[in-house]
Write a protein that binds this ligand. Structure first.
Ligand code: NAD
Ligand code: ZN
Length: 252
């Protein structure tokens, strides 16, 4: 069964002139970062999410956000790209995959060697910070160290604005440039492969549908059924790393 579906996926990749890969939290579970919706991964769900408006309005909400970040960061910082990330990076290097649209905030595709120009991060990145007013980048470690010492909140060295991890929080507007790039990439693709996403978070999950409606073949690789399985041309319910590493491509 697996053999058959990986042969089919290999054939679709060989035939494609423009493949887009779309990844969700399942992409990084083999790197030790729990996803949201697999059973028993309460790390993300122990606490109610802090809405962006609350973060802006309340000093206490910002402090709580940083307390949680410090609690979760050791898992993120220790994570390394897994064999699935490496297989996708090889497809990018070989010119088979044009873009990676990701919902992940862990930066592991870039760490596996995918250039920034090929990446579209829909939900931002938690490995660094930005000023919400002027966009200046701030490094994470000094901010976390200062906060751990006396709970001092970070402000921008340029404009004194509020500094936050470069992620898109609940209630925060989606990043405009990334949304445009993701739409363009989806429309240009003739093969769209969704990997490790339950496809329930919108607007992100709209891109596989957009690509499919525009004529692309849709492949879903996920351990469990997803919301869009019925729309897909090929569904593979299996582990990501082993599946991607068993692809047989002449052009690689
Ligand atoms: P999700 O948790 O809703 O779905 C993940 C899916 O991946 C699940 O259906 C699960 O069955 C599958 N899965 C997990 N490990 C797998 C494996 N090794 N092989 C095959 N399938 C596997 O994730 P989502 O759709 O990305 O939505 C969650 C949201 O949470 C996203 O918006 C994302 O920004 C955020 N998030 C990010 C990270 C990260 O950056 N690594 C981690 C957790 C959550
Ligand atoms: Zn600033």
């Amino acid at each position: 069964m697996l053999e058959n579906s990986t042969i089919q996926l290999s054939e679709l990749l060989e035939q494609s002139d423009n493949t887009v890969v779309f990844t969700g939290a399942g992409m990084s579970t083999e790197s030790g970062i729990p996803d949201f919706r697999s059973p028993g991964t309460g790390i993300w769900t122990q606490n109610q999410p802090i809405d962006f408006s609350e973060f802006l309005a309340s000093e206490e909400a910002r402090k709580e956000t940083w307390r949680r970040k410090i609690q979760i960061d050791p898992v993120m910082s220790a994570a390394k790209p897994n064999s699935g990330h490496v297989a996708i990076a090889q497809l990018v290097q070989a010119g088979k995959v044009s873009s990676i649209i990701t919902q992940n905030i862990d930066g592991l595709h870039q760490k596996s060697g995918v250039p920034d120009t090929r990446m579209i991060e829909l939900h931002g990145n938690t490995t660094y910070c930005v000023c919400l007013d002027c966009g200046t980048r701030h490094e994470l470690q000094p901010i976390m160290q200062a906060f751990a010492t006396d709970e001092s909140l970070p402000f921008c060295r340029e404009c004194n604005g509020i500094v936050k991890t470069a992620t898109i929080s609940f209630g925060q507007p989606m990043p405009e440039v990334e949304m445009v790039r993701a739409k363009e990439a989806s429309l240009k693709s003739d093969l769209f492969i969704s990997i490790g996403s339950s496809l329930v978070v919108y607007p992100a999950a709209g891109f596989p549908l957009l690509a499919k409606q525009n004529g692309a073949k849709l492949v879903i690789l996920n351990r469990e059924p997803t919301q869009l399985d019925a729309e897909a041309d090929l569904v593979i319910h299996d582990e990501i790393g082993p599946t991607l590493n068993s692809l047989k491509l002449n052009s690689l």
